[in-house]
Design a protein around this ligand. Structure first.
Ligand SMILES: [Zn+2]
Length: 125
C-alpha cells in the first residue's frame, strides 16, 4: 500500500507532491504548489522551498533558516481553508520543540510567471 501524501490530499505521495519536489513536473495551480511546499517542509526540501519562492521576495528567506524551521517542528497536518486562483488560506498543524501543538495560519499569495507558480508572501493570523 502506498503512503498517502503529507499534504492530506488523499492521493499517494508519488501521485501528488513528489513529482513537484523532484522537479519532474511544475505544480499546475497555486493550491497544488502550496500543498507541495507543505510537503517540502515535512520532508524537508529547503532548495525546493527557495526555488518556488518568487524572486522578488526570495531575499527574505535563507536556506539555513528554512531548513531549521522545517526540522525543528514535527509537522502534523495541513488544512486548506480557502483557495482562489492566486491565493491559498491554510492552517499547518505542528508540534514545536516543547511538544506543544501549534497552528501556522497563513493566507499566501502566489504569482504565475514563466509557466510556473511561485509563492510571493503571506498574511499571518
Ligand atoms: Zn500532496
Amino acid at each position: 500500500m502506498k503512503n498517502s501524501c503529507y499534504c492530506g490530499s488523499g492521493f499517494s505521495f508519488s501521485d501528488c507532491c513528489e513529482p513537484f519536489l523532484k522537479k519532474s513536473k511544475n505544480a499546475p495551480t497555486a493550491e497544488k504548489l502550496m500543498r507541495s511546499r507543505y510537503s517540502a517542509y515535512v520532508t524537508p526540501e529547503a532548495d525546493y522551498l527557495l526555488a518556488t519562492t518568487h524572486v522578488s521576495t526570495r531575499k527574505y528567506h535563507s536556506k539555513s533558516d528554512v531548513l531549521e524551521w522545517s526540522k525543528s517542528n514535527n509537522w502534523l497536518r495541513l488544512e486548506i481553508l480557502d483557495a482562489s486562483e492566486n491565493s491559498v488560506e491554510f492552517k499547518a498543524y505542528f508540534l514545536d520543540n516543547s511538544l506543544q501543538t501549534n497552528i501556522h495560519h497563513e493566507k499566501s499569495a502566489f504569482k504565475f510567471e514563466d509557466e510556473r507558480w511561485f509563492y510571493v508572501d503571506g498574511e499571518f493570523f
